[in-house]
Write a protein that binds this ligand. Structure first.
Ligand code: HEC
Length: 445
């Protein structure tokens, strides 16, 4: 037991995680791969770490996992894997796309490595998990085949070389307004998964929404439409809510490829499921790019060997529901938070990403029962920290003065947030519905 306590302290200090539960009973027994660890890896690692998936190695079965025990210990302890970099001790914690491990799972894995990573009794192994071959659309079962599939130009990644950020533009071909109810995205070839670190599709179209314009770095509104990074491949809108695609819209791709020792070709496919013709959902999700730098983003100024903090504010002119939080920074990005300052002055921390990793464009999508419902007049306050010291492992050069720019070695700070704006009466109804029945940790008391 004292062993487990020391692990707890170690984890708590290394990853800033908070443990509130009792020592799990699993720790009273010898932790074995077959019995305790394999089920965790099936649930939390295999989606990326299996043959043909994006992870650099497969972690299916003891023989594949054992050689990585030390590396696994490191990435689990540091909170790098599974990629989920939000502070678990503050803010909202229920997300519809959470791929993180529970505290108990973390302790189990660390304890297993510390005890020599034993195999245990192979008869304890869970049945192997089966994975789709990558050629089925997930929502086709419930919604039928997608209404529109938009494909990026094919990219050929050579056997070796530096990482590539490929950003082509594709016309959507839409000729009238359509309401989107679900989106999926994936590499077009199975081998394409291996070279695709992430793929983001942004929707660019003319918008006449002034509340967004003021927060947009670009002149036109570009919003995050969908991201592919295994583990989360599709997104279904909340009930009665849709995204609007306008005629003459375009998809801006942002695709990160890396070489894997073999020449591989792939495109990215975006599948869109529309609401039936004539059905207009009650609520529209607005895609917003929220600048976290006061004033012009080009003011960003990060001196050598310092940690800087910047803030941006956005007043919600209408009531609304915050659907997600996705911080965007580059190599010096360290942390970003999103707070709501309610009209009565109460400040609520919604989410804090305290372990930002440039490689991962994690989008934290709130679960239905906790997605913040905020009244008109709420100020959203975003705070970004950049670490330009040598302590930041990703920092290419702590002696450089860094400013705003597109290149990876320049910096940025903005958040992609979907907001579903509502009339006051709809907002009141949504709050009433929440407080009915369930006792929830929502932002409304
Ligand atoms: C969403 C996809 C994804 C999930 C889920 C995931 N990984 Fe990874 N993992 C990656 C990718 C991609 C890399 C390559 C490094 C990077 O890009 O961060 C990686 C790297 C690693 C490494 C470092 C390998 C090295 O070369 O040092 C280890 C160890 C690892 N993962 C273990 C795990 C374990 C254990 C789990 C489950 C508890 C897990 N990963 C879950 C995608 C994932």
């Amino acid at each position: 037991m004292s062993f487990s306590r020391s692990i707890k302290i170690l984890i708590a200090s290394a990853a800033g995680l908070a443990f509130t539960h009792d020592v799990p009973t699993v720790l009273a027994q010898t932790v074995t791969y077959s019995r305790h660890v394999a089920p965790i890896f099936q649930e939390k690692c295999e989606s990326c770490h299996r043959e043909g998936a994006m992870g650099p190695m497969s972690l299916v079965g003891y023989d594949e996992v054992r050689p990585w025990a030390r590396a696994i210990n490191r990435v689990v302890l540091s909170g790098e894997m599974p990629p989920w970099h939000i502070d678990k001790s503050v803010g909202i914690q229920d997300f519809s796309n959470d791929r993180s491990m529970t505290d108990t799972q973390i302790e189990t894995v660390l304890r297993w490595v510390a005890e020599g990573a034993p195999r245990g009794n192979p008869e304890d192994m869970p049945a192997p998990r089966t994975w789709s071959k990558g050629d089925v659309w997930l929502f086709a079962e419930s919604l039928g085949p997608p209404d529109l599939v938009i494909t990026s130009p094919v990219y050929t990644m050579p056997t070796s070389g530096a990482d590539v950020w490929y950003r082509p533009i594709t016309e959507t071909g839409i000729t009238r307004e359509r309401w989107v109810r679900a989106i999926e995205i994936r590499p077009s070839t199975r081998s394409g998964r291996r070279i695709t670190h992430h793929a983001i599709a942004k929707l660019q179209q003319d918008e006449a929404t002034p509340t967004q314009r003021t927060n947009s770095i670009e002149g036109v509104d570009a919003g995050l439409f969908m991201e592919w990074a295994v583990g989360k491949q599709g997104e279904m809108m909340r009930a009665d809510t849709g995204k609007l695609m306008r005629p003459d819209s375009q998809i801006l791709w942002d695709i990160h490829h890396h070489a894997v020792g073999e020449e591989i070709e792939t495109a990215i496919e975006l599948a869109i499921y529309f609401y039936p013709d004539g059905v207009v959902p009650r609520f529209r999700q607005h895609l917003g790019l929220f600048n976290v730098i006061s004033g012009d983003p080009r003011n960003l100024d990060i001196p050598p060997r310092t940690i800087t903090r910047n803030q941006g504010h956005h007043v919600m002119q209408r009531a609304g529901r915050i659907e997600n939080f996705q911080p965007h920074m580059h190599l010096r990005g360290k942390a970003m938070s999103m707070e709501a300052i309610l009209p009565d002055g109460t400040v609520r921390l919604l989410s804090h990403v305290n372990n930002f990793q440039f490689n991962w464009h994690n989008n934290y999508i709130y679960a239905d029962h906790v997605a913040p419902l905020l009244p008109a007049g709420t100020t959203l306050r975003f705070t970004a920290w950049h670490d330009n010291t040598v302590a930041n492992r990703d920092n290419p050069d702590a002696d450089q003065w860094v400013g705003w720019g597109d290149r990876t070695i320049d910096e940025m700070a903005h958040a992609w947030v979907n907001i579903t704006y509502m009339k006051d009466e709809d907002y009141q109804a949504a709050i009433a519905e929440r407080s009915r029945g369930r006792s929830l940790e929502t932002l409304q008391e």
